[in-house]
Design a binder for this molecule. Structure first.
Ligand code: ADP
Length: 866
């Protein structure tokens, strides 16, 4: 057995092997250790291999799905090895091959791989999230990405540079990534597949044969990198499905410039699909989502991940939202209708992948039927927006198929097809006859029970059925003797504790009629199932288009629902370099505050050509980060086609959105936090364009005060004078406010705070002008730092501030700094007295200074100036 196991394990490569033994899937060796750890099940040992006990654990077959889900979630892939013959067949085979039957080993084979990106099972999929598998390939310095969601058949090809791979993957958010062997680009821990499959020729051939076409021209234009990745994707799907390919729609090519670009750090910091804790709760999508269907929620997540950049596309979506907003009654009716829809896009995926059930067929029937009803109702509506007119034709055209499915299937078909019972009465006369036969035999058996009771006088006699014996007669032991007599007409079958079981000729005959007619009925139903599956498969593209159109309608009505709940406005979209928002709110923070019964303070933001960089100061906790993010989110939501939380909003299209938060405690991947911050800042400086929107929150915080201030200064100057894009920059460095003197398109703002009777009141209100002071001690007090410490800090601060007023403070000398444009690229000038002073300051380790030392240092610095 071990030999067979090890051979299968080699075939399973990096996957855990589920090895079927009777009613269990067993795992051995390291697999067992990994699985028992993740699943928290007992690890045992069985026999020896190479002198070592073999670690083992197992899960019952009937509960395997739940265990699989947990393993997949933990990042594992699983190969399922099933028994491909019965023990009797194995014995017969052994005999034929001249081996003792006692040593016969049941043949096993891997029937399927279960991986995160190739799930179709309803129980393993999250209803509100797309489940993407992405394959990567590289052709002459360009990365091709082939993405598919086999639960719905969607397939998109695109390409990017190696530098943008991280950002592109972040936008797609795949559940699983597959790469060629020896792949050197990210991400971490992908699945690997033979390199030869990732070639553009192989990819083109596979796509052509998959869709039965001689040229791919009809689908769009694909680069070699795209085709190579498609080749890898299809090969991997074939491997995982052991030769069976799942449902794939014809590929479409995504144009790079179509959407608003956002990198991984921006997505994470704006918490678009997931909050910082990795959950959907608290994310933008969760706050916005009022969709009635899982497919709608998935499309909304896609919209928010890839906001549009073309004005008419955005306006089409917005107009449809407006249409529903202005029709509350129709909207409510529509949402009721949508809520009743099954997720038939995913049912279709299972059917085409060969894993469909009668219930899936029923879902396709119900979904298409409902779509036709929605269509009929919507064509009667007046003043339909363009987008709705484009979607409507997709909703119909399935009349014949729906009709056939309706006639063929019972009202709610079961998920299990092997027991039959899903084909409706009246659909097939011969099936009805078979059912009638087995039904009459069943009735005859029931009648027989009464007759036997009479004949034998045993009132407790029963006719029962089980999987092993079939039908049998059972009497309590004390009555068994009379039936045991040779001429009784009964034959003994089994003696139990307290009961004895018998057979009789008549019972045997009727039972055979039941099982024969029943067996033939099941075969007939099976044939109908195949036929119906093929019909659905043939119409798969049109069915998928219907599901997609309904999802779009769902998103638009859900967005209208959300807009009416929050009193949101329809944004105006233009090509101007403007971002003007009146009474803007942060949707997630506002909702969180509302739950606590608190009110969110709305704020305006007006960035435009002559005033496009706002420097925002004010105390910690004053609302700076919230303000920054709300404006970025409003731009993002608008371009995704949603109304926005504001009373008025004018969004000049944003081509790239950047959001950075100064290093705090998110220690990533072994790099120091400051390093991460600088790498991310560098990315902005190299990629942002004049049409971008950049929000920078406390950049420079992760290093010493001087380094931090100097870097923040230089970054603001570069954004202002070189990139010339719209930017919101929050900082607690007062000194930066001097930038207003040299940067004409920069203005100063602050979040307001007041000290009232010694306590700090944060107003969360934005005002013009620099922050007057930092309120650091007041915030510390608010946070619960003990009073004596606050008092002492107050004394130190007083001294420091007095010294600052004498020396001109941290930024002394910056007034003489040449302008950014002039300074960039110039050779380093000779060291001035101020620079010498700055150098000394830079070298001072402030954290190690006592207040007394600090004072001494200040005196020394001042003296050096004299
Ligand atoms: P900062 O970046 O200035 O330290 P934050 O933006 O993190 O401050 O805000 C701190 C907290 O203040 C938030 O968690 C939120 O609860 C509250 N807050 C921020 N902005 C507002 C606002 N406009 N209205 C009401 N509460 C706000």
């Amino acid at each position: 057995m071990m030999e067979q196991y090890l051979a299968l394990k080699r075939e399973a490569k990096g996957s855990l092997l589920f090895y079927r033994m009777g009613d269990f899937f067993e795992l051995f060796f390291d697999d067992a250790k990994v699985a028992s750890d993740i699943l928290d099940i007992a690890l045992t040992a069985r026999g020896e291999h190479d002198g070592e006990p073999v670690a083992m654990c197992g899960v019952p077959v009937h509960a395997a799905e739940g265990y699989l889900a947990r393993l997949i979630k933990a990042g594992q892939r699983v190969a399922i090895a099933e028994q491909t013959e019965t023990p009797d067949e194995a014995k017969a085979r052994a005999k034929r091959e001249g081996r003792p039957a006692s040593k016969a080993l049941v043949a096993r084979d891997i029937v399927r791989f279960v991986t995160a990106g190739t799930l179709t099972e309803e129980a393993l999929l999250e209803p509100r999230r797309a489940n993407l598998l992405v394959a990567l390939a590289e052709v002459r310095g360009t990365i091709g990405l082939a993405a598919c969601d086999i639960s719905t058949g969607l397939m998109v090809l695109e390409e990017c540079s190696p530098q943008l791979l991280g950002a592109t993957l972040a936008r797609l958010g795949p559940s699983e990534v597959v790469v060629p062997e020896n792949w050197e680009f990210g991400p971490e821990d992908p699945a690997r597949h033979a390199r030869s499959a990732f070639s553009s020729d192989a990819g083109a051939e596979r796509l052509k044969s998959l869709h039965g076409v001689s040229t791919l021209d009809g689908f769009g234009e694909f680069s070699r990198a795209m085709l190579a990745s498609a080749g890898g994707l299809i090969a991997y799907l074939g491997h995982v499905g052991r030769g069976e390919l799942p449902f794939l729609l014809p590929p479409t090519a995504r144009e790079q410039s179509r959407g608003m670009a956002m990198d991984e750090a921006t997505r994470a910091s704006l918490e678009i699909l997931e909050a910082t804790n990795g959950r959907r709760n608290g994310s933008l999508v969760a706050t916005l989502d009022r969709c009635s269907t899982g497919a709608g929620s998935r499309l909304l997540a896609e919209d928010l991940s890839a906001p549009l950049l073309d004005q008419s596309g955005i306006e089409n979506r917005l107009t449809l939202v407006q249409f529903w907003l202005e029709r509350p009654i129709e909207r409510a009716n529509l949402r009721d209708a949508l809520r009743a829809l099954p997720d038939f896009g995913r049912a279709l995926g299972r059917i085409v992948a060969g894993r469909g059930s009668p219930r899936d067929l029923g879902q396709v029937r119900d979904g298409l039927g409902e779509a036709a009803r929605i269509h009929q109702w919507l064509v009667g509506e007046a003043d339909r927006p363009t987008l709705l007119d484009m979607l409507l034709p997709e909703l119909t055209g399935h009349g014949a198929l729906v009709d056939q499915l309706a006639r063929a299937l019972v009202a709610s078909p079961p998920t299990e097809r092997s027991n039959g019972g899903f084909i409706a009465e009246g659909y097939d006369a011969s099936l009805d006859e078979l059912r009638e036969m087995s039904g009459s035999a069943r009735r005859a058996i029931a009648a027989m029970e009464a007759r036997y009771r009479d004949e034998t006088g045993i009132s407790s006699l029963k006719i029962k059925h089980n999987g092993v014996l079939g039908y049998f007669i059972e009497v309590p032991s004390r009555h068994a003797d009379s039936l045991m007599a040779p001429d009784s007409g009964f034959t003994h079958r089994q003696t139990m504790k307290g009961a004895v079981r018998f057979n009789s000729l008549t019972l045997h005959e009727e039972a055979s009629r039941v099982s024969e007619a029943g067996g033939r009925a099941i075969t007939a139903e099976e044939a109908h199932f195949e036929e119906l599956t093929a019909l659905v498969g043939a119409a798969r593209e049109a069915i998928a288009a219907t599901a997609a159109a309904l999802a779009r309608i769902d998103v638009s009505s859900g967005n209208a629902e959300r807009a009416s709940e929050g009193d949101w406005c329809k944004p105006t979209i233009s090509n101007a370099g403007k971002l003007a928002i009146s009474n803007g709110r942060h949707p997630v923070v506002e909702a969180a505050l509302a739950r606590e019964g608190e009110r969110f303070v709305a704020n305006d933001c007006t960035l435009q050509a002559d005033d496009r960089l706002w420097l925002i100061g004010g105390p910690n906790m004053g609302g700076k980060s919230t303000f920054l993010r709300q404006n970025a989110l409003i731009a993002l939501m608008a371009q995704a086609g949603s109304y926005v939380p504001a009373s008025e909003a004018h969004i000049g299209l944003v081509d790239r959105l950047f959001s950075r938060v100064g290093a705090s405690d998110n220690l990533a991947k072994g790099r120091s936090t400051f390093m991460v911050e600088m790498v991310e800042t560098a990315a902005i400086l190299s990629q942002a364009t004049a049409k971008s929107l950049v929000i920078l929150d406390e950049v420079g915080r992760g290093t010493s005060t001087y380094d931090g201030l100097a870097l923040a200064w230089a970054v603001v100057e570069a954004v202002h004078s070189k990139i010339e894009c719209r930017c919101l920059f929050a900082t607690h460095y007062h000194e930066l406010s001097r930038l207003a003197e040299s940067c004409p398109q920069l203005s100063l703002h602050h979040v307001r705070a007041r000290e009232w009777k010694g306590d700090l009141v944060l107003l969360h209100e934005l005002a013009e002008g620099p922050a007057d002071r930092s309120y650091g001690l007041a915030v510390a007090k608010l946070a619960g730092v003990p009073a004596p410490v606050i008092k002492r800090a107050g004394q130190v601060l007083e001294k420091l501030e007095a010294a600052r007023n004498e020396t001109g403070g941290l930024a002394a000398g910056l007034g003489e700094l040449p302008l950014f444009a002039a300074a960039a690229g110039e050779a380093a000038p000779e060291e001035t007295r101020e620079e010498a002073l700055a150098k000394k300051l830079r070298e001072a380790d402030l954290d190690a200074l006592t207040p007394r030392d600090a004072l001494d240092l200040l005196y020394e610095l001042k003296n050096s100036l004299d």
